[in-house]
Design a protein around this ligand. Structure first.
Ligand SMILES: Cc1cc2nc3c(=O)[nH]c(=O)nc-3n(C[C@H](O)[C@H](O)[C@H](O)COP(=O)(O)OP(=O)(O)OC[C@H]3O[C@@H](n4cnc5c(N)ncnc54)[C@H](O)[C@@H]3O)c2cc1C
Length: 303
């Protein structure tokens, strides 16, 4: 096999794993087609030593550092299929070529599925935001909206309230308990029951939201809790168990990022609910160490 590890997804989680493995002189192939989840945002925040740096720049620096090791290899393309073969895995690429490796790390991330309200999609990552920890500080205070999101509306809105005068817009599936209402009241959150008809403002800016009854609510940003979906079906095809989280279905892993299928590891957003660059990077490192141990166990058993 030409590679000890095939890594599908060469962003934060995948590159973090690759760095560990190439430093152990393992032959790693990182496959990536350049669509990280945060590509809609101008800058990444809350990332130690990289606060405010564009996310693509952080990934490019990581890529360059991994690429400096002689056992690192890259394919800038889409992986379209993966199958288990004797002794490892075979991955097929969009151009019809294939390669093989002894272990597989899935780190190909997730896609966001934000609320289907006119104006959200084009402002995603700019003024329609998912995470106050990533972008709340930059709003600089003032009126902010929170789109109610299932059972999590009250917790989400009471968190966002730290970064502005928050209004919670209830979604069709949002039911608030009396405790939720008390919490929101204590956090100074206004509750709006009329649905949002659309977001308004030039291009990606936001002046506010137009409600279904015609009223206009001035906002600097709207926080939209999004569900996620794993774009590529590799884990399911390989028989990995999945697990349901508040944000959607992700790959089930143990504390070492090992999936329920031998030889298959998963790291980053596709294997966790709470997600950010730091957590994805940490998962990648954990997965790499477990993957490495599984290689040496096999090698020492065979010796
Ligand atoms: C708008 C927005 C802004 C964000 N801002 C921040 C922030 O400021 N700070 C922060 O810490 N976090 C932020 N996040 C969260 C952060 O983007 C994710 O937690 C992080 O990107 C997860 O890293 P990952 O490596 O798991 O996946 P990703 O970064 O999403 O990378 C997955 C990679 O896999 C590749 N891929 C997918 N399928 C295939 C395939 N079949 N073949 C080849 N390659 C494939 C993709 O092209 C992509 O490069 C933000 C998220 C969003 C949505």
């Amino acid at each position: 096999m030409p590679h000890d590890a095939l890594i599908i997804g060469g962003s934060y989680a995948g590159l973090s794993a690759a760095l560990q493995l190439v430093r152990a002189r393992r032959r790693v192939l990182v496959i990536d087609d350049g669509r990280p989840r945060n590509r809609f945002a101008a800058r990444a925040h809350g990332v130690l030593a990289n606060d405010g740096r564009p996310g693509a720049e952080i990934a490019a620096a990581a890529h360059a550092q991994v690429a400096a090791y002689p056992t690192a290899a890259f394919r800038r393309t889409e992986a379209v299929a993966v199958e288990r073969i004797d002794g490892g895995f075979q991955v097929a690429f969009a151009d019809g070529t294939r390669t093989t490796g002894r272990r597989l790390l899935l780190s190909h991330g997730v896609e966001d599925v934000p609320a289907d309200i006119p104006g959200v999609k084009e402002r995603w990552g700019r003024t329609a935001l998912h995470c106050p920890w990533c972008h709340g500080y930059e709003i600089g205070g003032g009126p902010v909206g929170v789109l109610g999101w299932g059972d999590h509306a009250a917790a989400y809105a009471s968190t966002v309230a730290e970064w502005g005068q928050a209004t919670l817009f209830l979604g069709p599936d949002t039911v608030l308990s009396p405790e939720d209402v008390r919490l929101l009241h204590r956090r100074g959150v206004t509750i709006e029951t009329t649905p949002i008809a659309r977001l308004e403002g030039e291009a990606q800016t936001l002046t506010g939201v137009r409600l279904a009854d015609g009223r206009f609510v001035v906002l600097k940003a709207l926080f939209v809790g999004a569900n996620v979906r794993i774009a590529s079906p590799f884990a399911e095809h390989l028989g990995c168990e999945m697990t349901d989280t508040p944000v959607g279905r992700v790959i089930k892993v143990d504390a070492q990022q090992q999936t329920t299928q031998p030889g298959v590891f998963a790291a980053g957003d596709l294997a966790r609910a709470a997600s950010n660059i730091t957590l994805a990077t940490s998962d990648g490192m954990t997965a790499a160490h477990a993957l490495f141990r599984s290689l040496i166990e096999e090698e020492t058993a065979a010796a």
